[in-house]
Design a protein around this ligand. Structure first.
Ligand SMILES: [Zn+2]
Length: 208
């Protein structure tokens, strides 16, 4: 069972983009569960379609699902109709698969502008620590980028589609807990910090 969140204690939100993946998302879910911790998974519609059973597991175990577009196009380059497709399709896929509707969105590549912020009907979540795991593909580097930089209220960007990331998470989760951090979802951290996540706003951290 998940530990009750103490709003006074430090917390961070681990986030995983571009899944769910059959290979690595279950490994990360196992690690989170073992340590009574939660994270947020910004899934692609196209992957959500393939792995509804993993979506179910993500929410059953107290984690959050966010929208990361249907097929990972650069949202800043799309027509209104294309943008609507990229944003709405994952909502429908996830809702139909498991009866859960994502309440937050992470734009692909973190590319966002004022016009896009107005058009996207969900709060937009960026990050305060980028592990660059997609580029380094190395567990030690990913681990160090988190452990050397982490502070209360961070939102940490990783991807649940690489073996090096899963390996890093196996060490990051217990180490952060040892350091006194609670590992919570983005929405849980918003609640704990008294931040109401709203469409039209962009959140990169939840510092006090
Ligand atoms: Zn992505």
């Amino acid at each position: 069972m998940k530990t009750v969140i103490d709003p006074v204690k430090p917390m961070v939100a681990l986030t995983f983009d571009d899944g769910p993946s059959l290979m690595y998302t279950p490994i990360i879910l196992d690690i989170l569960k073992e340590h009574n911790s939660s994270a947020t998974f910004f899934v692609l519609g196209i992957e959500a379609e393939r792995h509804p059973q993993i979506l179910q597991r993500i929410v059953d175990e107290g984690n959050e699902i966010g929208n990361h577009s249907y097929s990972h196009l650069n949202l800043t380059l799309l027509s209104d109709a294309e943008l609507a497709y990229q944003v709405e399709t994952p909502q429908v896929i996830i809702e139909r698969a498991i009866g859960y509707t994502p309440a937050i969105l992470r734009p692909t590549y973190g590319f966002i502008n004022d016009e896009l912020i107005k058009k996207i009907p969900l709060p937009i979540i960026l990050w305060s620590i980028d592990t660059v795991d997609w580029e380094v593909r190395n567990a030690d580097t990913v681990y160090n980028s988190v452990i050397e930089n982490v502070k209360d209220g961070d939102i940490i960007l990783m991807h649940d589609i690489y073996p090096g990331t899963a390996e890093a998470v196996r060490r990051i989760v217990p180490e952060l807990i040892d350091k006194g951090y609670q590992l919570v979802t983005v929405s849980e951290m918003g609640n704990a910090r008294g931040v109401t996540l709203q469409p039209g706003n962009v959140y990169s951290n939840m510092y006090r």
